[in-house]
Design a protein around this ligand. Structure first.
Ligand SMILES: Cc1cc2nc3c(=O)[nH]c(=O)nc-3n(C[C@H](O)[C@H](O)[C@H](O)COP(=O)(O)OP(=O)(O)OC[C@H]3O[C@@H](n4cnc5c(N)ncnc54)[C@H](O)[C@@H]3O)c2cc1C
Length: 623
C-alpha cells in the first residue's frame, strides 16, 4: 500500500492539530517556521562531509533570519522561540543549535540586561555577525559556578582585561570557528575589582572579523562529535581588552566609575544564575527541538508501518506492518507520550511567558523537570521509531537515524538532565506539597477506564516516593550531608519522575476537554488513558500495598492497556497527520512517501500510478 506524501487531511486530524499547535495562536507561533522548513533549501542533502554540513547550517541560519521577522521581538517571545526549535529540529539539528545560541543565549542575554534595546544590535539582527555564548569551561561543566575565566577591571581605562588563567578554563563547546562569518560572544567571567571576585557576569566580546580571529582570542577546533556537526571549539583569551560597555549590567550588578559594585544580590552564586538566566528559556528550546524530532519520527514510522507489506496469514496475502499489535502497540505508546510531551511543553511555555517574580523559582524548577523528562522520552521514541523501520531506518535519507544522536545534545546542553533533576529533587522533598495519602479516594468500584481515577493514582505514586524520600532524609546519617543525600536521592528522583508524568497528564487532560468534535475528543481521551495506564504499570505494587488499587485492578491492567491499544490502532494515521509535518518534507523522505532507499532506479511508473524519481545516492521517492 503506497502512502502518498500529500495525504488529504481529515477533519479530526485538523482538530487534533489545532489542539496540539495552540489553537488561535498557531499561525503566529508556528506558521513561519513550518513554511521555512518546507523550502527546497531544507531538503536532505546526501553525502556532504561534516565541514560542508556545518557550513550549510550557517547558510540556512541566514534563511531563517530572513523568515524570523524582527529578531529582537523573536528573542523576547518564548512561544515563537520554542516554535522555531520544534520545526527546525527534525530537518537540521546543527541549524537548531546555532539558532538557539544566536537568538536565545546571545541576543536574549543582551536584551535581558540594562539598555539591551538601546545598543546597536544591527550586526546581529542582520546576521552580519553570529552571536555565541561562552560559559562552560573544559574543567567546569555542570559545576560552572567554579569557573575561572576573569575580567579584571582596569582603572586606567575604565574597561576590563579578559583572561583565561589555566588550560582547564578554556571555554568548551561554543561554535567560535570562522565558519559562518564573523562572530561575537557573550562571555561568562568573574568580575575582579582590585583583586576581589565580585561574581560572574557576561561580557560582550567580539571574537573575529572578515580577516580572522581578533588579537588575544585563541581558538582550537574540537574533533568531530556524534550528531549533526557543529563547529565546536576551545576558546581562550589572552588579556583581551574590553571597553566599559562590554559588561552586561542589571539589578544583580552595576559597576560604578569608582569600581564599586551595586547589587541587589549579596550572594555570588545568585549573581551567576541571574547573569545566565537565559538558560531557563534554553531548556524550553532544547525540549522543543526534541519534541519536533519525536513527532517527525513518529510520522515517518507510522507512515512506513502502512506502506511496508509482509506475508499475511493466508498464502499470497500481504498485510501492512501496522496490522500487528507488536508493531502498532509500541508506536501507540510512543504516540501517547509524544502528545503528553507536547501538551506539557505548551503549558510550561505559557507559564514561563507570564510568570511573576515570586513564582520564578517554581517555574524554573518545573521547566527543568520537563526538560529532563521530554528529552529522555524523545530519545526513547526516536530510537523506537528507527527500530520499527528496520534497516531503512538506518539510512539518514529516511530522516530517523540522526535524531537520537541529536537528542543526546539536548540531554546534556543547558543543564545535564540528571543534574537538574537532582537539584529539583532536593528542593521538592520538603518544598513541594503534592496530594495527601488517600486523596485519590476509595478504589472499590472504580474502573481503569476512569481518567480522574487514573490521574489520582499517579498523584499517589508521586506522594509515595516523596514520603520515602522524606523518611530517608530524616533517618540519614547525621553530620554527613553527602551520605544523607545519597540515602535519599534515588527515592527523590523517582518522585521527580512521577511528578513530570503527572504534570504531563494534567496538561493532556486539560487539552482533551477543549476538543469540540466528539471523534477528536474520543481519540484524545483514549490516548490520555493509554498514557496514564502505561505510567501506572511500574507503581502497581506500591499502590496495592497502600490500598489505592485493588488486586482486581492489578489483574485487569494488562487487558485494559490492550483494549485501548486495540481501539486506537485504526486511527494511527489520523494521530500522526495531526503533527502537521509539511507534505514537502514528507515527500523528500522515501519511507514516509511510499518509497524506500535502494528501490528501483529510473523514472518508471508502477501499477498504482506512482512514479519513482531518483533523488541521489540510491534514494528514490514516490511522487
Ligand atoms: C551540543 C552541545 C552544545 C553546547 N553548546 C555550548 C555553548 O554554546 N556554550 C557553552 O558554554 N556550553 C555549551 N555546551 C556545554 C554544556 O553546557 C556542557 O556540556 C554541560 O554543562 C555539561 O558539562 P560537561 O559536559 O562538562 O559535563 P560534566 O559536568 O563533566 O558532567 C559529567 C557527568 O557528571 C554528572 N554530574 C556532574 N555534576 C554532578 C553533580 N553535582 N551531581 C551528580 N552528578 C553530576 C553528570 O550527570 C554527567 O553524567 C554544549 C554542549 C553540547 C552537548
Amino acid at each position: 500500500m503506497a502512502v502518498p506524501a500529500h495525504t488529504k487531511t481529515h477533519p479530526v486530524a485538523d482538530e487534533l492539530a489545532q489542539l496540539l499547535f495552540e489553537g488561535a495562536d498557531r499561525e503566529r507561533v508556528h506558521g513561519a517556521w513550518r513554511r521555512l522548513v518546507s523550502g527546497k533549501e531544507f531538503a536532505y542533502r546526501p553525502g556532504l562531509p561534516p565541514e560542508e554540513r556545518t557550513a550549510l547550517s550557517y547558510e540556512r541560519l541566514q534563511l531563517l533570519n530572513d523568515a524570523a521577522g524582527d529578531p529582537v521581538e523573536l528573542a523576547a517571545d518564548p512561544y515563537r522561540l520554542a516554535g522555531l526549535h520544534e520545526w527546525t529540529g527534525p530537518v537540521d539539528g546543527g541549524l537548531t543549535t546555532l539558532a538557539s545560541i544566536h537568538y536565545n543565549l546571545f541576543l536574549g542575554s543582551v536584551l535581558d540586561h540594562d539598555g539591551g534595546r538601546d545598543r546597536d544590535l544591527s550586526a546581529f539582527t542582520s546576521l552580519r555577525r553570529t552571536g555565541t555564548f561562552l560559559c562552560t569551561e573544559l574543567e567546569h561543566g555542570n559545576d560552572v559556578a567554579s569557573m575561572e575565566t576573569v575580567a579584571v577591571f582596569d582603572r586606567a581605562t575604565g574597561g576590563f582585561h579578559l583572561t583565561t588563567p589555566t588550560p582547564g578554563a578554556r571555554k568548551f563547546m561554543p561554535n567560535t570557528s570562522l565558519t559562518g562569518g564573523p562572530k561575537t560572544a557573550v562571555v561568562a567571567a568573574r568580575l575582579v575589582v582590585d583583586g576581589e571576585d565580585q561574581g560572574t557576569f557576561l561580557f560582550l566580546t567580539p571574537l573575529s572579523d572578515e580577516s580572522g580571529h581578533l588579537p588575544g582570542v585563541r581558538i582550537r577546533p574540537l574533533p568531530q562529535r556524534t550528531g549533526t556537526p557543529v563547529d565546536h571549539c576551545l576558546t581562550s583569551f589572552d588579556r583581551v581588552w574590553l571597553p566599559r560597555e562590554a559588561l552586561l549590567e542589571a539589578e544583580h550588578g552595576r559597576l560604578g566609575a569608582d569600581g564599586t559594585l551595586a547589587s541587589t544580590l549579596g550572594n555570588r552564586r545568585k549573581r551567576l544564575l541571574r547573569s545566565i538566566n537565559r538558560v531557563t528559556m534554553g531548556k524550553l528550546c532544547m525540549s522543543a527541538g526534541t519534541l519536533g524530532m519525536s513527532r517527525a519520527a513518529l510520522t515517518i514510522a507510522v507512515r512506513y508501518a502502512h506502506s511496508r507489506l509482509l506475508a499475511g496469514p493466508k498464502a499470497g496475502d500481504r498485510i501492512p506492518l501496522a496490522a500487528h499489535r507488536s508493531h502498532h502497540g509500541r508506536l501507540l505508546h510512543a504516540l501517547a507520550t509524544a502528545y503528553a510531551m507536547t501538551f506539557l511543553h505548551r503549558s510550561l511555555v505559557s507559564r514561563f511567558a507570564v510568570h511573576a517574580e515570586e513564582d520564578r523559582a517554581e517555574v524554573e524548577r518545573e521547566v527543568a523537570v520537563a526538560k529532563g523528562w521530554i528529552t529522555w522520552q524523545a530519545r526513547a521514541i526516536t530510537t523506537e521509531c528507527r527500530e520499527r523501520c528496520g534497516a531503512q531506518g538506518l539510512f539518514p535519507a529516511n530522516g530517523l537515524s540522526d535524531l537520537p544522536l541529536n537528542i543526546e545534545g539536548g540531554i546534556t546542553a543547558e543543564g545535564d538532565n540528571l543534574v537538574i533533576w537532582v537539584k529539583a529533587a532536593s528542593e521538592m522533598v520538603f518544598g513541594h506539597q503534592g496530594v495527601r495519602a488517600g486523596e485519590s479516594g476509595d478504589p472499590e468500584g472504580r474502573e481503569l477506564t476512569e481518567l480522574p481515577f487514573l490521574r489520582g493514582l499517579l498523584a499517589e505514586a508521586e506522594r509515595i516516593w516523596q514520603d520515602r524520600a522524606r523518611t530517608a532524609l530524616r533517618e540519614g546519617p547525621s553530620g554527613d550531608p553527602v551520605g544523607r543525600w545519597n540515602a535519599t536521592s534515588d527515592a527523590a528522583l523517582e518522585m521527580v519522575s512521577a511528578h513530570a508524568r503527572l504534570q504531563a497528564a494534567d496538561a493532556f487532560l486539560a487539552a482533551a476537554t477543549r476538543a469540540e468534535d466528539p471523534r477528536a475528543g474520543f481519540l484524545m481521551r483514549s490516548l490520555c488513558r493509554l498514557f496514564l495506564l502505561r505510567q501506572l504499570g511500574e507503581h502497581t505494587g506500591d499502590l496495592l500495598a497502600e490500598g489505592r488499587l485493588t488486586p482486581d485492578h492489578v489483574r485487569a491492567l494488562p487487558k485494559a492497556v490492550d483494549t485501548v491499544v486495540g481501539e486506537l490502532a485504526p486511527h494511527l494515521m489520523t494521530l500522526v497527520d495531526a503533527f502537521d509535518l509539511p507534505a514537502e518534507v514528507l515527500s523528500g523522505i522515501p519511507i514516509a512517501s511510499g518509497g524506500s532507499v535502494g528501490a528501483d532506479e529510473g523514472g518508471d511508473e508502477d501499477e498504482n500510478g506512482w512514479e519513482e524519481a531518483e533523488v541521489g545516492a540510491g534514494v528514490s521517492v514516490r511522487v
